[in-house]
Design a protein around this ligand. Structure first.
Ligand code: ATP
Ligand code: MG
Length: 248
């Protein structure tokens, strides 16, 4: 499909195309397409742009990442289809490990995701070798399996587009959680330490930029961050956008 750049929904249609491409090449499952649909709806409601609150959350996330001893980027099919280059870049700048972790796990899909990441420059991708498997307690789905060299020993984990059960389990397991989630009301958004309410396709580039800038400053301590306030600001943005439409 050829989408004219002038189309009012061009950006979101391009993103949709990437997801469909990811589905066709075996990165994304049907459920991932549905999760994307939910994300699109919230993106519409926040005005399809990065809010001031999200810029603040990105800055806090960059600090947390750079101050971490063992940061890990958790990758699922949607994230790999949308941001393969950015995942690798973020890992290179922050020294974070990349770990594939799937709700609907299959060895073949994990391998396909790792191949895409490697094609985009990743030197090492964790989560594929059962020899290094460990489990997160109190979690039933296949997602409880993590890599003992990655998420198992991580202090900070970036888990975008994540299911609430897993985020809650990671928190109980003592991890600091950063997430990208377009829905400020989801359980993941409400449970994470830092929720970036933005589309990963916009936010990842900004997070990389912020990490690059902050790395030069030789940080000693991160700023205090109030995630409840951050989420409330996103909910107010949605309310205001709806208000504008209903008054029109
Ligand atoms: P929860 O389990 O946390 O209560 P949920 O069940 O509504 O949330 P899931 O399908 O488990 O949602 O997780 C997907 C989440 O990712 C959704 O909140 C969705 O809004 C969000 N999402 C989807 N696509 C994107 C995207 N491109 N960028 C950021 N967030 C996204
Ligand atoms: Mg869920």
């Amino acid at each position: 499909m050829l989408i004219p750049k002038t189309h009012p929904r061009a950006a979101s249609l391009y993103i949709r195309e990437r997801l469909v491409g990811g589905y066709k090449s075996g990165l994304v499952v049907e459920e991932g397409l549905l999760a994307h649909g939910r994300g699109e709806m919230f993106d519409y409601l926040i005005g399809e742009k990065t809010s001031k609150a999200s810029h603040g959350a990105i800055k806090a996330a960059a600090q947390m990442f750079l101050l971490a001893k063992h940061p890990v980027i958790s990758v699922n099919g949607n994230f790999a289809a949308l941001c393969p280059k950015e995942i690798v870049l973020l890992s290179k700048i922050t020294g974070a490990e990349i770990e594939v972790n799937l709700f609907y796990a299959s060895a073949k899909r994990k391998k396909t995701i790792a191949q895409v990441l490697k094609k985009n420059g990743a030197a090492n991708v964790l989560g594929l070798d059962a020899k290094f498997s460990q489990t997160i307690p109190r979690l039933d789905s296949a997602r409880r399996v993590v890599d003992e060299r990655g998420m198992f020993i991580a202090d900070v984990v970036l888990v975008p587009l994540e299911d609430g059960d897993r985020t809650i389990a990671l928190k109980k397991f003592g991890k600091k959680v950063i997430t990208f989630d377009l829905n400020p009301m989801s359980r993941t958004a409400q449970t994470a330490d830092i929720t970036i309410v933005d589309n990963v396709t916009r936010g990842m580039g900004l997070l990389i930029k912020s990490c690059k800038k902050m790395k030069k400053k030789n940080l000693k301590k991160g700023l205090k961050f109030d995630n409840k306030k951050n989420l409330n600001q996103s909910i107010v943005t949605i309310k205001n956008n709806l208000g504008r439409m209903s008054n029109a």
